[in-house]
Write a protein that binds this ligand. Sequence first.
Ligand code: CA
Length: 239
Amino acid sequence: MSLSVLVVEDERHIRELVSLHLGLEGFECVQVPDGLEAVRAAASRRFDLIVLDLMLPGLDGIGVCRAVRRAGINRDVPILMLTARRDESDKVLGLESGADDYLTKPFGVRELVARARALTRRPRAAPAGDDTYQPEDGAQPTTVAGIEIDPARHRVRVGGNAVELTPHEFTLLYVLATHPGIVYSREALLAKIWKGETYVTTRSVDTLVKRLRQKIEPDQSDPRYVLTVWGTGYKFADP
Ligand code: CA
């Protein structure tokens, strides 16, 4: 079964170029030219990836990202954001838009394909009612400091309440929480979460930690679970 990609880009030649090359790689592409159509498309069916331009008519890429992440069948979809300049890329990460990765225009076709493949390879929560997803290592559910983590179902509950995490957020929490008190450097987390992909920077780790904290910490200014170890990295609270 081919993987489906929603390609959101108002510049027609870029939209068609992206779709052509992802299509050649076996992805099934649905093309839309603006943000509002993108939100409608994402509400109508499940996608395996969204390639999303930042500057769009109607609703911009960050708005689309937030709308998709808020609710619905694609809230955990990997999102690859396309930006025109490096400073826009910074903005994408700085605003905590919910994108998993970004590419700065102009980008090479090979880089696009490599990132699309990387993002669609990652473990992802099964859709509601579908329990066929299995983790590679058959990991068992675990409870740490009141956080219940079920790797097989990609489910997390904090204090009994279900929390929706993206695949990266889930992996980060899983790595840290299964080794409470152990300090991980940003580089180590980068390697575990992004698995040797060369384009991400250690700053992506900080962004991911911030996003995870927004979802699981009762007080983000005084984290209880994911702690910063100054000058070193991060750890889950000591057991
Ligand atoms: Ca644009």
